[in-house]
Design a binder for this molecule. Structure first.
Ligand code: MG
Ligand code: MG
Length: 252
């Protein structure tokens, strides 16, 4: 069921989204060669809890940790582990925080030290694809307009579009209706209305868009071993510009 959020609910979603934004800013300087993904996870969890929130993904579909840590060819749902980051890795931290029952959700890919030009290209254009999608997220447009814009931008840059994972509504559940795919046809799908809150989250690959799921049933890798990037914001639909609840503009 797609819900329209009241101004009071949007305010709670703003607070949750802001804590997610702050957690990304807090953890960024720690993302260096030598730190383990488990250590990063613990730092994020402690920070989220210090802000009066709980980590949205802990226990979500059996995920054991606070933050998804997806390194290199891992697309999403990587489990924090004893793996030590090394120079040249790229890592996506997908962070969710819940404040008084309302969630914020934002994933971001980071470079570990110096990375290859290919990875720079992949990251730059996956982030830009996210903003192409956000531009279309205005009342009166349809969900297909977002997917169309993301896919078009990705294909123009010869990047693979992962189809198995999609954006989603955000509210009292971290994953709600509607689904917001990173592909689609202009003018099709659900019509966007003021008060809807959705996460837009392109996952693009440097190679094939085929995926492989780990034995844990959750963690996804690219089938061909090429690297993947993932950028995500939770946004509120308005009749004008969307409000990026997990972004810098909501930092205050
Ligand atoms: Mg996420
Ligand atoms: Mg999400």
């Amino acid at each position: 069921m797609v819900t329209i959020k009241s101004p009071r609910e949007i305010e709670l979603l703003r607070i949750a989204g802001n804590v997610v934004y702050q957690t990304h800013q807090y953890i960024k300087p720690f993302i260096k060669p030598g730190i383990t993904t488990k250590e990063l996870d613990k730092l994020c969890e402690d920070f989220i809890r210090s802000k009066g929130c709980t980590p949205s993904f802990k226990g979500c579909e059996g995920f054991p940790n606070a933050v998804c840590m997806s390194v290199n060819d891992c697309i999403v749902h990587g489990y924090p582990s004893d793996y030590k980051l090394k120079e040249g890795d790229i890592i996506t931290l997908d962070i969710g925080a819940c404040y008084k029952g309302y969630h914020g959700d934002s994933g971001w890919t980071y470079a570990v030290g110096n990375i290859s030009d290919d990875d720079k290209f992949l990251m730059e254009h996956t982030e830009k694809a996210l903003y192409e999608g956000i531009k279309e997220a205005v009342a009166g447009n349809r969900v297909g307009d977002i997917g169309y814009a993301v896919e078009k931008y990705a294909l123009e840059h010869n990047l693979g579009v992962v189809k198995e994972f999609v954006g989603h509504g955000v509210g009292t559940e971290v994953h709600e209706d509607p689904s917001v795919p990173n592909y689609g046809k202009k003018g099709t799908g659900l019509r966007l209305k003021e008060g809807m809150v959705i996460a837009i989250e392109p996952m693009l690959t440097f190679g094939s868009e085929e995926i492989e799921i780990d034995d844990n049933g959750l963690t996804a890798y690219t089938y061909d071993g090429s690297n993947a990037a993932h950028y995500e914001h939770t946004i509120a639909i308005t009749n004008g510009e969307p409000i990026i609840l997990t972004g810098e503009m909501n930092n205050g």
